[in-house]
Design a protein. Structure first.
Length: 457
């Protein structure tokens, strides 16, 4: 089928709300990094407790991304996109007026669910548009979607520091109100009404598509794992038993389902896609260790203000933005990912020697070492998912990519909590950096030995 006159497709009006919606999740994952110390002081808690504000969003997102991706494939992406923005607006209200730390947890939980709708729904919208006009979404279009996510994540610490300085940490939550409202109105006007979905015609077929038991087992197992990881200083070993039972039950159930929540058979048969998820998760474990751990150390270990910390992270933000554009123009995948993994390892090694008397130039260089990989990894792994995922399941495949990213972030918050305890000091930073350097070497090996990447380099 070919596009007729006036149906060139992929116009700016279609993509504008998709870009705005897709930046909300990555923006909120990083923007809070420069507010954690201020929140801790307000409620009298330490770094190990404020780590829950990181983990609860990632826990919600890790479950919600593939769920909402499946909903977008089954019910239509426009419906899912709009519903997610309503939840984001509600989360902003709760966080802006939260009277206690517990309400901030609720706000971040809602935020994780609401913002998780945008990316997989956007990928489904672009797939539907491609079917309408008879050609796939052009790579520059996908690059802009990736750039919106990367750019918002990169500028998050700087924007967060500015908001904390000007209006206090509640501004981190309140800023979602106008952003969600603008995106909702734009989506309502410019995203076309969803075409009919065969799987949405009956309640039975919808239940078959969603696999509620699989979702429940996955979310419960992941929650148990998070409770274990967030207190590694005093590990509750008994939690590993229910985690193992839940994981075994999840695997057994997913292998029995004709349309499982996580298609384990597809992942087992699709090695390149499974390795993409693994590589993406490890990469973002390292990136988020810096995004949260390094920023907390700059404030508590070196005594910088939230605004100064945001400015110190600006080279990382700029490097990530520039490299995301360069990565979008690169046809290969293996080269950018190999460079990114080397720089992540080098940046972690540099942090091993950072301390109270380290010159400012070295602190800036350390941030930049993590900014360049952040720009390259997002666009390259997104291209890998596009290349290897089944075309009819791109929404859920994109959701699983983000799930891998958020599991990496949960592991990062656990490592930060273990390293810092109640306060971010030099010894904790060095412990985190040493673990990150070891994982960086693993990432290099995963990248250079992947034959599927060699075929596309």
């Amino acid at each position: 089928m070919s596009a007729g006159p006036g149906r060139a497709g992929f116009r700016a009006r279609l993509t504008a709300p998709l870009l705005l919606g897709s930046l909300l999740n990555p923006l909120n994952t990083t923007m809070i990094s420069t507010a954690l110390v201020a929140i801790g002081h307000t409620f009298g808690i330490g770094a190990a407790d404020t780590a829950w504000l990181i983990s609860v969003l990632y826990l919600a997102s890790a479950v919600a991304q593939p769920v909402l991706g499946k909903l977008a494939d089954a019910l239509g992406p426009r419906r899912v996109f709009l519903a997610g923005l309503v939840v984001v607006f509600a989360s902003g209200l709760v966080g802006a007026v939260a009277p206690s730390f517990g309400w901030l947890i609720v706000s971040r939980l809602l935020l994780g669910i609401g913002t998780s709708a945008a990316y997989p729904a956007a990928m489904s919208v672009l797939r539907d548009e491609g079917r309408r006009v008879g050609r796939p979404a052009p790579r520059p279009m996908l690059a802009r979607l990736s750039f919106a996510a990367l750019g918002s994540a990169a500028v998050g610490p700087t924007l967060g520091g500015l908001l904390v300085t000007l209006v206090g940490w509640r501004g981190i939550f309140a800023v979602n109100l106008p952003l969600a409202l603008i995106a909702f109105v734009a989506a309502l006007i410019w995203i076309p009404v969803d075409p009919p979905r065969e799987s949405a015609t009956t309640g039975g077929s919808l239940r078959l598509t969603l696999d509620p038991l699989g979702i429940g087992l996955f979310s419960t197992a992941l929650t148990v794992l998070v409770f274990f990881l967030l207190d590694l200083a005093h590990p509750m070993w008994w939690l590993l038993a229910p985690f193992a039972v839940l994981t075994a039950a999840l695997v057994w159930w997913q292998l029995r389902r004709p349309q499982p929540f996580i298609d384990l058979r597809m992942l087992a048969d699709n090695g390149p896609l499974a390795r993409t998820y693994l590589r993406h998760g490890v990469s973002y474990l390292l990136i988020y260790c810096v995004m949260y751990g390094y920023t907390q150390w700059l404030e508590e270990g070196r005594g910088f203000s939230a605004a100064d910390t945001g400015l110190l992270m600006l080279p990382m933000s700029v490097a990530a933005l520039v490299c995301s554009l360069l990565g979008a123009r690169t046809k290969g995948i293996r080269g950018p990912l190999a460079l990114a993994s080397v720089l992540l390892t080098a940046g972690a090694g540099l942090l091993l020697f950072v301390g109270g008397s380290t010159p400012l130039a070295v602190l800036l260089l350390a941030g930049a070492c993590f900014g360049i990989p952040q720009g390259l990894i997002g666009t390259s792994n997104q291209a890998a998912v596009q290349a290897h995922a089944p075309p009819d399941s791109i929404g859920s495949a994109a959701g699983l990519q983000r799930t891998a990213q958020y599991i990496g972030a949960i592991a990062a918050s656990s490592l930060i909590a273990l390293a810092y305890g109640s306060r971010a000091g030099d010894s904790g930073l060095h412990l985190m950096a040493g673990a990150s350097a070891v994982l960086g070497v693993l990432l290099i090996i995963l990248t250079v030995t992947d034959r599927a990447l060699r075929a596309r380099s």
